[in-house]
Ligand binder design. Structure first.
Ligand code: GLV
Ligand code: MG
Length: 327
C-alpha cells in the first residue's frame, strides 16, 4: 500500500441516475416516484436556449415543493463557457440549496473549472447557512476533460463521481458513432482465415479506453465512476450489454435517459446475490479468525485476509442499502 491513502467519497447508491429535463414539469412527480437511485434535473442540453430561465425556475420550485421521497437529488447546470452557468448556481443554490445533494457539471475540462465552482458553492452555502455540503458530479465528455481527468477527479473534496458523457465525448474527439453509447461494427477485428478460408469479424468496444481511463482516475481519487447515456431506449439488451461492460470495468452506475432504463441499470449495477452471500460469510470467518488471533483464514479452500474484508464490507453495505430502498 502506498503511504498516500485514498479517501473514499461519501458512499451513495448510484446504480441508476435518471435524467429529467428541467423544462418538463410533468415528469418531476414521476421521477420522484421512480426506482432511480439519483435524479438529476437538467438545465443543460435537454433544455432549449429560450427555455433556460423557465427551466431554472421550475427546478427551484420542484426542489422545494415536490415530495422527493428521500431521493438523492442533483441539478445539471450549464457549462462554464456559457452565461447561464453562474445564475444556475446562484439561483438554484440560494433558493433551494438545502434540498440539493449534488450538482452535476457538464464538459469539465480542467481542475480549475472544479476549483471555480467549489469557490462559488462555498460562498453561497456560507451566506445561506446551508450546512450540508453539496457534492459534485463531473461529466468527462471532452478530449480536454479526458486529458486532465486525474487532476479533475482530485480537484476538490466535493467531487463524488465522474460520469462518462459518451455523446459529447464522441463529438469532441470526432469519433465515428452509430448511436449514443452503442457499438460500431467498423470497430472490429477481422480474424485471419481458418483452414476453410473463413474469416470472422469480432466487434470491439470503442468506448473501452475512455471508460477504463475514467474509472482509474475516479478510483485513484476515491470517487464513483458512472457510465453515461445509452440512446436507444427501446433496445433493452443493448443497454444491458453496455451497462455490463461498464460495470465490469468498475463503474457503479449508469444513466437512464428514459424511465424504461432505470430497472435495467439497477439490475446490472446491483451486486450479485451469490457474491453478497459469500461476502457475508467472509466477514463471519474473519471475525472468528480475529477472535482466535489469526490474520488470515481459509474459506472454501481459498485464503482470505484483511483485504478481503474491505471488499466484503463494501459489498454488504451496498446490499443493505439496496434492501433499505426496496428496489
Ligand atoms: C452526456 O451529457 C453526454 O454528452 O453523453
Ligand atoms: Mg453531454
Amino acid at each position: 500500500m502506498s503511504f498516500q491513502t485514498v479517501v473514499e467519497t461519501r458512499p451513495r447508491l448510484n446504480r441508476s441516475e435518471l435524467a429529467v429535463p428541467g423544462s418538463n414539469v410533468k415528469l418531476f412527480e414521476k421521477a420522484a416516484a421512480s426506482a432511480a437511485d439519483i435524479v438529476f434535473l437538467d438545465l443543460e442540453d435537454a433544455v432549449a436556449p429560450d427555455e433556460k430561465e423557465g427551466a431554472r425556475r421550475n427546478v427551484v420550485q420542484a426542489l422545494n415543493e415536490v415530495d422527493w421521497k428521500g431521493k438523492t437529488l442533483s441539478v445539471r447546470i450549464n457549462g462554464l463557457d456559457t452565461h447561464y452557468m453562474y445564475r444556475d448556481v446562484v439561483d438554484v443554490v440560494e433558493q433551494a440549496g438545502h434540498k440539493l445533494d449534488l450538482m452535476m457539471v457538464p464538459k469539465v475540462g480542467t481542475a480549475a473549472d472544479v476549483y471555480a465552482l467549489d469557490m462559488l458553492l462555498t460562498q453561497i452555502e456560507a451566506a445561506k447557512g446551508i450546512r450540508r455540503r453539496i457534492g459534485l458530479e463531473l461529466i468527462i465528455e471532452t478530449a480536454l476533460g479526458m486529458q486532465n481527468v486525474a487532476a479533475i477527479a482530485a480537484a476538490s473534496g466535493r467531487v463524488e463521481s465522474l460520469h462518462f458523457g459518451v455523446a459529447d465525448y464522441a463529438a469532441s474527439t470526432r469519433a465515428r458513432t452509430t448511436g449514443i453509447g452503442g457499438a460500431n461494427p467498423d470497430y472490429a477485428v477481422l480474424t485471419d482465415a481458418d483452414a476453410g478460408g473463413q474469416r470472422l469479424l469480432h466487434w470491439g468496444d470503442m468506448w473501452h479506453y475512455a471508460i477504463a481511463r475514467m474509472v482509474v482516475a475516479a478510483r485513484a481519487s476515491g470517487v464513483r465512476p458512472i457510465d453515461g447515456p445509452f440512446g436507444d431506449f427501446k433496445d433493452a439488451e443493448g443497454f444491458r450489454a453496455a451497462a455490463r461492460r461498464a460495470a465490469i470495468l468498475g463503474c457503479e452506475g449508469k444513466w437512464a435517459i428514459h424511465p424504461a432504463q432505470i430497472s435495467l441499470a439497477n439490475e446490472v449495477m446491483s451486486p450479485n446475490p451469490k457474491e453478497v452471500a459469500k461476502a457475508r460469510r467472509i466477514l463471519v470467518a474473519m471475525a472468528e479468525a480475529k477472535a482466535a488471533g489469526q490474520g488470515a483464514v481459509a474459506l472454501d479452500g481459498r485464503l482470505i485476509d484483511i483485504a478481503s474484508i474491505r471488499q466484503a464490507e463494501a459489498l454488504v453495505r451496498k446490499a443493505d442499502e439496496i434492501t433499505a430502498v426496496g428496489h
